[in-house]
Structure formats: structure tokens, C-alpha cells
Design a protein around this ligand. Sequence first.
Ligand code: MRU
Length: 333
Amino acid sequence: MRTIDWVDGAIELIDQTRLPDELVTLRIETVDGLIDAIRRLAVRGAPALGVAGALGVALAAATCDDPAEAIARLRAARPTAVNLAWGVDQAAAHLPGFDAVLARALEIRDDDIAACRSMGEYGADLLAELAPVPVRIMTVCNTGGLAAVERGTALGVVRTLHERGGLAEALALETRPLLQGARLTTWELARMGAPHRLVVDAAGPYLLARGHADAVLIGADRIAANGDTANKIGSYALALGAKRAGVPFIVVAPETTVDTATPTGAAIEIEDRGAAEVVSVKGVPLAPPGTAALNPAFDVTPHELITAIVTDRRVVRLDRGETPSSVPPGPRR
Ligand code: MRU
């Protein structure tokens, strides 16, 4: 199953707003339709956004009178995941020819599939070194195949562990306010037949303190040159809890998420998605009318709290003083 693809002249993607109730594929034929899908999280997750951005440039080349204007809006549809701007820029470098743009976008799609397989191998090997076998993993948000083209990043490592017979349990945090963990991660874990339980976000650090997980695995939306990592809100609290409990805290992301042009996490723009998602769930109010809310979609985990960053080409041991800038990428697995 592919989360996003190019099919007969348009983008087809799984509508993640409809899961777990229904598995629905959206066919997207315009850049405006794609921007809307990105903004309302029908397609989401940093690697999937990179592929969406690249395929969106192909749509712009095929359908827009002013591709540059449409591409600029697409590039800015969400600010935090560096992959979206990266995918757009990679494909746009081949304009004005449609064929070359589409070829680059399809290459990015295929490369993402290979990258996720490689992260699974690097990550599962690292866990064999750092944690008991079989291992109990805690994770937040959704970092599985739905967040990429196939398999995923942190949840891709969980998949590889499960395939190797080395997964005792995955604990998925529900991930308020949009519940990517409750809706999407549990759906993926059930489909792969992996043992799992769902926990509320606030239980994460406490369960780590009580010894319920051997490692925390998260994805990333942007990794700064010093290793500071932007990821779904709640990641920072888990990192603090993991540090206190002495549990390895591992970031899993493709090389395309490492942004060495961003020196530290302080320079990462964090998307605020507005009050509506916080004060209601699926249209049902949770708070008195007019309640104000803050809704940062992501947080930044300082590099000091991260044990290691696993990409498709290397393992960066931050706990040993390494940084993404100090360790050169190696081969894919
Ligand atoms: O707001 P979302 O659902 O796009 O946030 C996604 C995350 O934070 C993921 O952890 C991250 O993009 C990595 S996905 C492999």
C-alpha cells in the first residue's frame, strides 16, 4: 500500500482525515487541491510531504498558467517540516519541462521507499545494541507508512523489529489534538499484527519512569545542524521523561529531514494551527464557547536529550558528542 503516488496524470493519496473509520483514496488534480489536502492533514508526515511537494510541482507544470506563483504557495502550505520545501525545490529545479519535473518527483518517491527500508535496518540494529530483545518501544504521533510512501521512519523501525521477531510491545501516545497516534499508528500496528497499546499523552513520561518501555522512538520534521529536533508536540516531554528514567531516546528520519542550514532548534518555525483543533474534537465542543487556546503543532527537543539520530545513511550518537554536522553520511542498508 502506498500513501501517495502519481496515477494517470494526477496525485492519488490516502485521506488520513478519514482513518481509522474508512480507507479512502483522494484523487488530486490541482495545486490548490493539494494545498488544501496538506493544510487539513489529509496528507501529512515529513517524508510524505516531501513527495507531495515534488509531485505538486509536476501538477503545477501541467495545469497552471503561472506555475511559479502556485509553487510558492505550495512550498509555504506548512512551515515546519523541511521536506515539503525540499521536495518542491528539487522538482522545481527541472522546470519548465513537465517530463523532467515528473521524473525527479518519481525519483524522490522511490528514494523515500528505499530510505525507509534502510532506516529500519539501521534502527533495529541500534536497538539490539541499546535495549533488551524483545524490546518495548514508546512512540508519539504517526511515523509509519502513512507519514511516508511506505513503511515509515520511527514506526518503520518498529515494523522491522516486529519482522525480526524482536518487538515485545509498542506503546502509542494518542497525540492530541488531532490524534495521529490513536487514529493512525494503532491502525498501522494492527495491520502489521504487532502487539501494541494506546496511552494518553500525559502518561508517557510517567510510564517511562515506571519502566514500561525500553526505548522511545520518534520521527522528525526538521533536524538542525546541532541535532536539535522539531517533531510533534509532546516529543520534548517524552525526551525529558526518558532522560530522567535513563531510557534511550532515538530520532529516526531520512537525510532529507536533516537541515544543516538551520544551526539550532531556535531557528525552526513552529506551526500554530489555531484554537479550533484544541477546543473541540470532530466538531464536538470540549471547552466553553470563546475559550482561547494555544496550539503549537510541534516542539523542539534539545540535542542534549537525544541519544541518537538514525537516518537512512548513518547513526549519529549524540550521547557520544557527535552531531549531524560531524558525522558524514554512509551507505544505505
Ligand atoms: O502534523 P503532522 O501529523 O504532519 O506531524 C507529523 C510528525 O510530527 C511526524 O512525527 C514527523 O513528520 C515525522 S513522520 C515520519
